[in-house]
Every structure is written in C-alpha cells, then in structure tokens.
Design a protein around this ligand. Structure first.
Ligand SMILES: CC(C)(COP(=O)(O)OP(=O)(O)OC[C@H]1O[C@@H](n2cnc3c(N)ncnc32)[C@H](O)[C@@H]1OP(=O)(O)O)[C@@H](O)C(=O)NCCC(=O)NCCS
Length: 291
C-alpha cells in the first residue's frame, strides 16, 4: 500500500472508531459458531418470516472463511446489529473491478436511530480498505427513507442502478406482498464525496433549495398519493413517502401506488445512465440525468 493508501486507511479506521464510540457499541468481525448463530437470530428478529433467515450458519461460515465479511455491533454483551458481505466483481471501463457486496445489514428496532447502522458500515469500510477493496455495493428498497438517508446523506453513496423486482417474491414481514424493487448503491470508499459526507461538510439542501438551482420535480405527493410529472431538467427530484413501512400496514393500495410511481420515474432515468446523488433534507431523491 502506498502513502496515500495508508492515509486513507488510517482515516477510515479513525472514522469507524469515532462512530462506534458515539453510538456506544463495539463493532467487530464474527467467526465462531455461536457468534454466527447470534447474527442469524438478529436477522430473524429484524426480518421475521415463516422459514427464518435464508442464510444458514454454514453459508456464513463459508463466506467469512473465504474472504467475506460478517460483522456485529455489541452493546455490552448484547448483539444489536449485524452485517454480511461477500466479495464480488463488476465489469468497468478497465476490466473487472473487485468489490464487497453487502447483502444484509440490520440493527434491532430497539437500538435504531442511535448511529449503530453507520458504525457498522464504517467498520465494514475500514475492513474492506484493509483487505485492499475500495468499493462496497448493496441494494436497498428505494421507498425506505431511513435507508436512503443513511446510504446517500450520511455515508455519501450513489444510487447507480434501478432493479425491478430484484429478489422476486419475499415473504418476510418487511417485504411481504410488495414487488422487491431495489436501488443499487455504490460506495467508493476512498472517494472525496464519501470523506465529505462523513466529515459532515456536504451542505444538504431542501427540495426548494434544489429547485432554486434548476432542479425540477419528476414526482410529487399530495394527500391522494404520488403523482408523476413531465420534467426536462438535467437534475430531477423524486419525492419519497415519509414512512413506507407504516403505509404498508395501513394502506396496501397506497404503498403499491408509491412503488409503481417511483419505479416509473427512476427505472428509465437510471437505465439511461442517471445517478441518484443526494437526498434532500425533506426526503426527495436528487437524480442527475445521464448524458
Ligand atoms: C437500515 C438500518 C440498518 C439503519 O440502522 P440505524 O442504526 O437505525 O442507522 P443510523 O442510526 O446510523 O442512521 C439512520 C438515520 O436515518 C434517520 N431516519 C430515521 N427514520 C427516518 C425517516 N423516516 N426519514 C429520514 N431519515 C430517517 C435517523 O434519524 C438517522 O439519521 P441521523 O443520525 O442523522 O439522525 C436499520 O434501520 C435496519 O435494520 N432496518 C431494517 C433492515 C434494513 O432495511 N436493512 C438495510 C437493507 S439490507
């Protein structure tokens, strides 16, 4: 590793330590049978399903043994968050690029919004850089605003692909009954935009702030639900529901309308090279249209 790489790694380790301390957890990789079983129990609690989590203990063991990442956040002796990632690759302009594909990250609801999700991600980032991997990708449900805030605003990732019904039918309590559309997030670990997001130096704008600099609404919402609009600006704004998880419980038709409206706008934009580059302070995606 060269001097610049050393500096990035030292800073990443520092970021991870600060985040863990701030959220009052210890984050570390998991290896023993008991630790891996604890991660499975945690995922079962976050995604309750009739069959239990689909990743078995022997898959976890194989993934961590073959160079993947299984990490956990402990509050004392209590496992409150866990994350799984395996090594992947994607074709870029200079051939294959190796990355970490982060498949599941979860924090127990009773420990949510304490910064633990951020602490796990920053541990995973330092771990990846240490293992000479400079990119982590993962999918997330584009309708879930908490995840959008974590991934885009707090971590500085970029949405690069819209995946329609990516996992097919899902039977866990968070996803049941909904097409499993996902946004693929790319987190370039040594990028300046990531360092800025982590340092809190990226100034977040509201929807009005983005409109003032030329962005245009492509999706808005009122009491009746979401509405798709014609737009031509190179920067488009896509409204999100404040809490899709609650809407799914209360009004399945409205939840479906949100899924289809966001898909209608994002899928063609992103198929043509568009990128989700930010989340406004009031919950709109900011999409730069492909050139
Ligand atoms: C996604 C998840 C891991 C985040 O964990 P967490 O510990 O709550 O994350 P953090 O506290 O670091 O960050 C969450 C941020 O979202 C914010 N937030 C919460 N609800 C929000 C909402 N409705 N709209 C916008 N932001 C919201 C929180 O305030 C926090 O930001 P802040 O620190 O600036 O206040 C956790 O919510 C989870 O396990 N979800 C279910 C599983 C899941 O969806 N996993 C991800 C895909 S695999």
């Amino acid at each position: 590793m060269d001097d610049e790489g050393d500096l990035v790694l030292t800073a990443a380790q520092h970021d991870a330590d600060v985040a863990a301390e701030r959220s009052r957890v210890t984050v570390r990789t998991l290896h023993t049978h008991e630790e891996l079983a604890g991660a499975r129990r945690l995922w079962d609690a976050v995604w309750p399903s009739p069959t239990g989590t689909e990743v078995t203990s022997n898959h976890l063991r194989a993934i961590e043994h073959s160079g993947g990442y299984v990490g956990g956040a402990y509050d004392g002796d209590d496992l409150v968050g866990a994350c799984l990632a395996f090594v992947g690759r994607s074709m870029g302009s200079h051939g294959y690029h190796v990355h970490l594909h982060s498949h599941m990250a979860a924090v127990l609801p009773r420990a949510a919004d304490r910064g633990i999700g951020t602490a796990i991600k920053l541990h995973q980032r330092a771990w990846a850089l240490w293992h000479e991997i400079d990119r982590i990708v993962w999918t997330f449900d584009p309708l879930v605003r908490r995840n959008a805030r974590l991934n885009l605003a707090k971590l500085g990732g970029v949405g690069v692909e819209y995946l329609v019904d990516f996992y097919g039918r899902m039977d866990d309590a968070l996803n049941k009954g909904e097409p499993s559309d996902r946004l693929l997030l790319q987190w370039d670990l040594a990028a300046q935009r990531v360092a800025d997001a982590l340092a809190g130096t990226t100034v977040p704008l509201s929807r009005d702030g983005w409109v003032a600099v030329g962005a245009e609404d492509a999706l808005v919402a009122d009491v009746h639900g979401p509405h798709v609009l014609e737009a031509t600006s190179p920067v488009r704004l896509v409204a999100l529901p404040p809490d899709i998880v609650a809407i799914r419980h209360e009004d399945a038709a409205l939840a479906r309308a949100w899924r289809l409206a966001v898909r209608e706008v994002l899928e063609p934009l992103m198929s043509n090279g568009g990128r989700v580059v930010a989340l406004t302070t009031d919950g709109h995606y900011v999409v730069e249209v492909g050139s």
